[in-house]
Structure formats: C-alpha cells, structure tokens
Design a protein around this ligand. Structure first.
Ligand SMILES: [Zn+2]
Length: 1028
C-alpha cells in the first residue's frame, strides 16, 4: 500500500542503525529484507582497522552501514551469523550441532566459528565474494537504489567514498564513529567549575590524566555545547577539532602517542547553563515572600556529562574525579564527595574543593549543585547521611532521613559490602524531570519523591520510601558495578527496581509494597506483549536509542525476571549469595548480562543452568503464553510466544526455559503447596489427578497462562465457592491473564465477564484494582468512540459489580496502605462514573477543606478523588488553582494539578496545557502528567493530540527525543484512539517528523496500540451489546 512505501522511504532516510532498519523492514516489506541484510553483512570487517579507516556512503547508508558502524571490540559478526542471514544452508551445521550452542547466548556462535573446516571456509569466502560482487554490480547500475520495485529513482552520488566527517573548523575530523576509540583511557579528571547564576553562564577547566592503550595519533572525547577557549597538551597549545553531530572533539597529533605512555590534556571552556533538565542546568523557585531564588544542578545520565565538561562520556570509561566549585557566599555547593577545603578568592567568590573520589566512577554519576539549601544529617556506620531541601521545606525532610538511614544499614548488611563513601546526600531539587538520580554520594530527587509532610499517609510515604530504596540500591548496582554499555541498562535499572521492592518488604512491611510490585509486573507484561517491544538486553547506538532504554522493559521486566529467578532458586539465600559474589567479583568494574548470570550459576550448582535459563529471558523480546490442557489425569503444558500482533514474516520459534510453578485443589495457598516444572521445550507433560490446577503461583513468573478443556471453568467455580482457595496474587493474576487473553483473541469477552462474577465476594485490593483498571481502559475507549448506549451499560455493570464494595468504603483517615489503595481505586472509579454518593461526599469534603482554611485535612489517599470532583465545577476549579499556587507540600500539590487537568471545560483544558508548556504557573516537569490526565477525559483527548502536533518542537526541546517523558506523552496522547482515521493521522504526523522523532520505538508502540484497540473493538462490540 502507499502508506507502506512512504514508511519505508522515511526509514531509508532516517539513518537508523542496521538492526532497527532490518526489524522494521522485516515487519513491513519482507521482500526487501533479504537484500538489505545481505548488503549490510557482506563486507567482512577483518580487512579493516576501524580506528583508521571508515567508509561511509553519502546516500543509501543502508547498503554499507556494516562498514562504518562496526566496532571491532564489540563486533560479534561472524561467518555463521552472516551465513544465517544470507540463508546459507550448506555450512556443515546440522541441527544437532547448532543446538549445542544455546540459541540464547550470543557468545555461542563466534566461538564455534573460530576454527571452521577448510572446506567451510572456502565455500564461505566464495559465497561472500559472489554476493559481494553481485551487490556491487547491482549497486553501480546507473541510478539504482534498492527498493522493492528495482530502480525507481536516480542516484548520482558516488557510493564508496572514504569519508571522515568535517569538523566545525572545516578540517577533517579524525574519527567517524558514535562510540569513542579505545586507544586512550582516562585515569583521572580535575574539574573546576565557575557558574554565574546571574548571567546563567559558566566557565570551566578540565584536566584529564590519560593512559595510552594503543598507539594512536589522536585523542577523541565528548563535548557538547561547550565553547573550548584554550587547550594544552604537554604544556603546549593544541588545536581542538569539533564534530557537533556526534558531540565529539578531538586533538590530532603529527606524531604517534605510544602505548603505555601517560599524558595530560587541559581544556578551558565556557558555556551557558542549560535551560532544559539535563547537563549543568539552572533552575529557580519562588519563596513564600515572593522572592525568586536561583540554583544550578546537574543531571548527566545518560549522555549529558559532556554538556558540563569535556570527557570520555561512556559508562566503561571510569576514572577518579577531583572537583572544585566556585560560588557566591550566600550559596552552598555540593558534589559527590565531602568538602576538603574552602578558599576565599577575590571579588567575593568562594571556591570549594571536594575530596578526590575514592572510587573509579562513570561520568554519568558525577554531580554538583550550587544553591541555598538547608539540611539535616545523621550518622550511619561510617557514613554521614543528609537530606537537603529549599529552606522553607526543611520540615518535610525528616521522613527521608529516617528512611535513608534505615535502608543504608539494610543494604550494607544485605550486600556484605559497605557503602564506600563517607557521606550520602539526598537532595530535593525544585526543578527535576526524572523521579530521582543515583549520582554517587549526591542523590538528586524531585521534591515529590523525597519530601513528606508530617501528616502524610502511609501511601505517600510508600512513594518516597520506594524511590529512596531504588536509588540507594544503585549505589551498588550501577555505581559500584556498572553496565559496560547502555544495551544492558537493565543491569542497573532492573536490579534497582527489584531491590526497591525487596528491601521495602523487609525493612518497612507496614508500607505493604507487594500490591504495587504485582501491578508493576502486570503492566510490564502488557507492554512486552506488543510486537514493538524489545529484548531486555538489546543493541543501542544512537543517543535517542540510549534514551529509549529507560523504559518499562529495562525497569519492570528486568525486576520481574529477577523475582522469577529468585523464586525458582531453592532456599532464600542462594540468590543473595550470587549477587554478593557478582558485586565482589566486579566491584569498580563494568559488566554485561552474562557476567551476572555466570555469578549466579556458580552459587546454584544443583539448579538447572541459571545462565541458560535467564538468557532466554534477556535475549529475546516478549514472554511465553503457557497453555494448560488436561486429558484424564494427564496435564499438558505448551508454550508459545504471547504476541498481540502476529506478523507471519517474523514467525520465529521463540522458546523460553520457564520455571512453571503450580498449585492444585489439594493444596493451593501455602508456599509448600507450590510445585515447579521446568518447561524447556514446546510442550511438556505431567500427571495430576486433580479438580483444578492454577499455574504461576503468586504470579512470580513472567508469563501468562491459558487454561483449556474446562480449566478456566473449574477455577471460576472454585472461586465462586470460596475466594480463599487461592492467594490474592493468584486471583489478581487470573483477572489480569483473562483480560490479556481476551485482547489476544484467545477467550471471548463473555468469559471475562464470567470470571468477574466471582468478584462480588472479592475484598482484597489487588484483584479489585486490576479488574477496575482493565474495565476502566475499555470504558474510556467506548466513551471516546461515543458508543453512548454501551457506555451507559458499562457504567451500570461496573457500579453493579463493585457497588457494595464501593459502599463499604469510609472517608476517614485510614492506616493500612492496602485499604488505602483499595478505596482510592474504588472511589476514584465511582466518582468518575458520577456515582451520586461518591460525588456528594467528595464535594462535602472539599467544602469543609476550603472553609477550614487549611486546618481540616482530606485523607491523603482520597485527595485525588476529591480534587478531581471539585475541578468539574468552574468555581471550585478556580479555588483549586489558587490553592495550587499557594501549596508548599508537593505530593498534595501534584494531586491538585491532576484535579485541575481533569476538567472537562475546553477553555480550561487549553489553558492548563499551555501553562504546562510555558512553565510559569505549572512547572514544565509536570507536563507529561498534565497530558496523561487530560487525555483520560473525553473533552481533552483531541485537544492534546492537536497540542502535541502544534508544539512538537518545543516539546522535544524540553524533553529529549526518546526520553521517558516523551514516551509518556506519546503513549498518553494516542492510546485512547481506536479508529482508522486516528491511526492515519498519528501515522502521518510521526512519519512527517523524520529525525525529530519518527524513528522512536514509542511511535511504533502507539501505532500498534491503536491497531489493537481498533481490532478489539471490531471483535467485541457485538459481544458487549449482547452480554453487558
Ligand atoms: Zn534507577
């Protein structure tokens, strides 16, 4: 179709890395794929030294990309994989041989290829030569580029041209790859920074001590938006070349720098403080008396250290840092290390010098802040823990200090390695985009992720405690042991996410984190079910791909598979032992995924190979659907890839090694009831003469289960007699899995409704919140399609099904987190459906709150419901806006903002969106939240779509392409669409963006989601008509 070819052309032009182009084309145009793959693979890289020679075609990059982008160090292209891509079947590789190297381990193939037989080698070479010459001939055909239709347009560029980029000064830049050369290794940095908060500029000096690892004639490092004013090497002035598109600078020498030599490069520079949320950025806030305060802070992960100082800005170029910051007397400065000395300089300038880092660290973990914050401190073991905030919020810092100290003690014990620095600062920054950032010794937070009011509910404390737990876990996972490259970001994020839930369960059981972790695993499954998902460990090169790794696959799927592994290991200490072994072995170093699995394999000898099992979960995208069928006493388990969008082109036989757990009607609740069955092949059998079997005990496994042959009916029957025959996690997982299977088309919506009947006896939080969430999604889709009759019936169905539970909820203060979660979900749903009692209760509470002038309190977990109801009246909306302007407690403020954004008044919606973009009344960091809230409502979702199209360039200036904020914005703005017209619009808009965003994975997710919504509606509207 025409949209397809348009799409292809866009991708040709958008300079995507090889694997992405291939995947995308594979999905869309199978005919072109083979050719493209051949073309990218044919030039074997052995003949080329990537440090010296780089070919880069000016057009049709697709063809020879393999040459330019291959990094010799990482390159695991080999003749087997080339052959596989070329479809060679004569490689002397029987199926049996191939299966020796696990399909999951990428290392397998190259080793086996190291000593190919002479015949293989000759045949292989011959074939490659033939393919190469054929491709060359085709390529040199006049005016031919490869497309499906042959030679559709003229191409006059000379294809093979040796191209080094041209630097800003017009001279040739001596390096042509995204990743830095490995010939130089930095040993230590000596940084002096001199920010001027009046002019919003800074100057700096960076002295880098380096070691030459391989003979080289140039030093290449990163620098972005820095104006280098002076460069010295061996006491002589040198010229610095800059190639801006890759944020690289280089010093070229006429003589070779010899291996083993140490050298020093000094760079002086000036720059503007960044006005976005990364690099060395400025921020301001207004105090109660109206005075404006400015501050400067840093956010470097993943690629922004280079915006503050020239550096080798990649995680495996670790070094030590000595940092000096100059400031005015009314400010203080903070950095990773404790302050060593303070010097008074002329003109009322003070220079703080911090101790040299006692550890080697990656550039993305460096941090410094200049501000007028206040702090509170306490000592834990050998570490001074402090919490910093703007002065007027200092009374909200107690909880964070207490929690930080407890968790630090816990981790010191758990990892059996003490936190290595003498201080640990937790700092609340008024302008901060991410939730928090784990800079070593200087963790930065959003105010909402660190500050807790005296009267805050446990639910609000849960948020703060889990963010602190996450960032503290990073001090080991990420800071002490760091992933080698961003492709394994999950080693940082999956682990920190897992540890955050694990540590909270142990240290703060009253915070009841279990429901949240369960819900998080469900959301990770939902996202990973999309064809546009990716493997946990996946190749990344370009900056926006690095940004995109910060997604739910790295965080939540990463955490989920660690839980699965831990649950499948015998005893509760094996997993911990493996982690300790890993941290000790690689302390101060960089690792990849296999290093972790190897450490865990070493400590769990009796267990089936951990490395083999876990690689099946990290190297392929998606997860399995396990189908349970029963014939007589025989239970058969079958696995297949759970894939919502099936594309025949990529039908691969994905297999996972699944630790399938199950319980039966004989014994179903206690942990001892659990049985484990390793499903390694397509299907497996076991004998069980039981009434019913429930697979995936407590939902610790990352898969979805379908029950055939009356299996569902038996479970539903059991539940309708007694809900307690299964744990609440098991009940919630039945609810989640049933909805997912309905989306897959494996069960009808009628069956979903059948399962939900048992809900009239359900009182536990997780099954109810999961059901409400899933029904809410369908309700909103129907609402937006204006299926008025069905909307009304859906509404009465929900109110009927959950009405008695809704009625039971109180509006007073409640201590239990689980009960808070339950009632905020129930009452949130009731009020959004305009249920009368809920609305009047909310209004009464709001009135009381306003009239009491701040003395009466709305319970924290109900504030959202109350503010949202209030915002529906224009008068109360205005009151809420005034309150929002005055509120100092940020968690509450955020709920007011969500209230404001939930208005259904079109003019107010436009105002809120614009204010969020401007950043005066509503901080720009809150815009993703504003957008997702507006999109939930009927009035707002079309406004948002227009807003995003009109303001795209301002948005990506604030939030980098690929960043989590942009992912959220795209997802919110498009996930409510379910019609062809909207699909076409979304597709048209994003493709028109080209390099400004068309290549993002979240765009693919958005399109796939709209198609799935469309398909679900087509399939189920009739069922809904019939059964609701
Ligand atoms: Zn993290």
């Amino acid at each position: 179709s025409s949209s397809k070819s348009h799409l292809l052309q866009t991708w040709y032009r958008s300079n995507q890395p090889r694997n992405m182009i291939e995947n995308r084309m594979f999905e869309e145009e199978p005919d072109v794929v083979d050719l493209a793959k051949e073309s990218t693979t044919f030039p074997t890289s052995q003949a080329l030294d990537p440090d010296d020679v780089v070919y880069e075609p000016r057009s049709s990059r697709l063809l020879v990309r393999g040459l330019g982008e291959n990094d010799m160090d990482e390159d695991d292209e080999d003749c087997e994989s080339s052959a596989r891509l070329l479809g060679m079947s004569f490689m002397n590789r029987s199926g049996a041989h191939r299966s020796l190297s696990s399909p999951y381990t990428r290392q397998g193939a190259p080793r086996s290829c190291a000593r190919p037989s002479a015949r293989t080698l000759v045949v292989c070479m011959l074939f490659l030569v033939i393919v190469a010459s054929m491709t060359m001939v085709l390529y040199f055909l006049p005016g031919c580029t490869f497309t499906r239709s042959g030679c559709p347009k003229t191409n006059t560029t000379i294809p093979f041209e040796k191209v080094y980029p041209v630097s800003t000064s017009g001279e040739v830049f001596p390096w042509a790859q995204l990743r830095l050369p490995r010939s130089i290794r930095p040993l230590s940095y000596d940084l002096t920074l001199n920010p001027d908060l009046d002019s919003m500029t800074f100057t700096g000096r960076t002295i880098i001590h380096m070691s030459v690892l391989h003979n080289t004639k140039c030093i290449v490092l990163h620098s972005a938006y820095l104006n280098i004013t002076k460069a010295t090497f061996k006491a002589r002035g040198v010229t610095v070349l800059e190639y801006k598109p890759r944020e690289q600078i280089a010093v070229a020498f006429t003589e070779v720098l010899k291996t083993g030599q140490d050298c020093v490069l000094t760079l002086e520079y000036s720059a503007n403080l960044s006005h976005t949320y990364d690099g060395f950025y400025n921020s301001s806030y207004t105090e109660k008396d109206g005075s404006k305060r400015v501050l400067a802070a840093t956010q470097f992960e993943p690629l922004s250290a280079r915006k503050a100082f020239p550096c080798f800005d990649a995680p495996d170029f670790k070094a030590t840092f000595l940092i000096r910051i100059r400031r005015k007397p009314n400010h203080l400065s903070l950095s990773n290390m404790p302050k060593a000395k303070t010097t008074q300089l002329p003109n009322d300038v003070i220079e703080d010098e911090f101790e040299k880092t006692s550890v080697n660290m990656s550039t993305y973990l460096v941090a410094f802040i200049v501000a007028n914050f206040t702090h509170i401190s306490r000592n834990v073991s050998e570490t001074q823990v402090s919490v910093y905030s703007v002065p007027e919020k200092w009374e909200h810092t107690d909880y964070a200090l207490d929690t930080g100290c407890k968790l630090l003690e816990f981790y010191n014990g758990f990892f059996e390695i003490n936190y290595p620095l003498k201080k640990l600062d937790l700092v609340a920054i008024p302008d901060f985009l991410a939730g928090a950032m784990e800079n070593w010794g200087l963790i930065t937070f959003r105010e909402t992720s660190l500050l807790v009011g005296k009267q805050s509910s446990n639910l609000e404390k849960q948020v703060v405690a889990s963010v602190i737990a996450h960032e503290l876990a990073h001090q080991w996972f990420g800071n002490l042991v760091t992933m080698r490259w961003w492709n394994d970001l999950w080693l940082n994020e999956g682990f920190a996410t897992y540890m955050q839930y694990m540590s909270l369960q142990t240290v703060f059981p009253q915070l009841d984190i279990g429901n949240l972790f369960l819900a998080v695993r469900f959301r990770a499954l939902d996202k990973d079910a999309l064809n546009s998902s990716h493997a946990v460990s996946t190749e990344v090169n370009k900056p926006e791909q690095v940004e995109e790794m910060f997604d739910s696959v790295s965080y939540e799927k990463g955490a989920s598979i660690l839980l699965m592994l831990n649950a499948s290991l015998p005893g509760d200490q094996q997993f911990r032992k493996g982690i300790i072994q890993y941290l000790k072995e690689f302390s101060g170093l960089n690792t990849d995924t296999n290093d972790l699995w190897n450490s865990l394999t070493q400590v769990s000898a009796q267990h089936p190979n951990v490395s083999e099992m876990m690689s099946s979960w990290t190297s392929q995208k998606g997860f399995p659907l396990v189908t349970v069928s029963r014939k007589g006493g025989q239970v058969t388990l079958t696995q297949e890839h759970f894939r919502l969008t099936s594309d025949n082109a990529t039908q691969t036989s994905s297999l996972w090694i699944i630790p399938v757990t199950y319980v039966t009607d004989n014994c179903s609740v206690a942990p001892e009831c659990r049985r484990t069955f390793y499903l390694k092949t397509k299907s497996g059998k076991t004998q069980k003469s039981v009434k019913w079997v429930k697979v995936n005990y407590r939902n610790t496994g990352f898969y979805i289960t379908h029950y055939e042959d009356g299996g569902w009916a038996a479970l539903i029957d059991a539940l309708s007699h007694n809900v307690s025959v299964l744990t609440h996690e098991d009940r919630a997982s039945l609810v989640h899995n049933m909805f997912a299977l309905s989306r897959l088309g494996r069960v009808s919506f009628h069956q979903v409704l059948h399962l939900l009947k048992y809900m009239s006896n359900e009182t536990h939080t997780s099954p109810v919140t999961e059901a409400l969430l899933q029904l809410g999604v369908i309700y909103r889709l129907l609402d937006k399609r204006q299926e008025h009759r069905l909307v009304a019936r859906m509404k009465s169905y929900i109110l009927h099904q959950f009405g008695s539970l809704m009625d039971k909820q109180t509006w007073e203060e409640e201590d239990s987190v689980s009960k808070q979660e339950l009632r905020s979900a129930l009452l949130g749903m009731a009020c959004s459906l305009n249920e009368e009692k809920c609305i009047s209760q909310s209004r009464a509470l709001f009135k009381q709150y306003v009239e009491s002038n701040g003395t009466s309190r709305i319970p924290g977990d109900l504030q959202q419901v109350v503010f949202t109801v209030a915002a529906q009246s224009n008068e109360d909306w205005a009151t809420l806006l005034t309150m929002y302007g005055q509120a100092t407690y940020d968690a509450e403020k955020r709920k007011m903002l969500r209230g404001l954004a939930s208005t259904q008044d079109a003019r107010l919606i436009v105002w809120v969106l614009k204010a969020g973009l401007r950043g005066d009344v509503i901080q720009t960091q809150e815009l993703p939240l504003v957008i997702s809230t507006v999109c939930n409502g009927f009035t707002g979702y079309l406004f948002v779509w227009d807003f995003i199209q009109e303001n795209w360039d301002s948005l990506i200036e604030k939030f980098p392409v690929g960043s989590f904020a942009i992912q959220t914005i795209i997802k919110s703005a498009t996930s409510h669409f379910s019609t062809q017209a909207h699909l076409d619009q979304v597709q048209g808009f994003f493709y028109s963006l080209r390099e400004r965003g068309s290549q993002m994975r979240s765009v693919q997710e958005a399109l796939e989601t709209i198609r799935l919504n469309q398909r679900w509606m087509e399939k189920n509207l009739a069922t809904l008509e019939k059964w609701l």
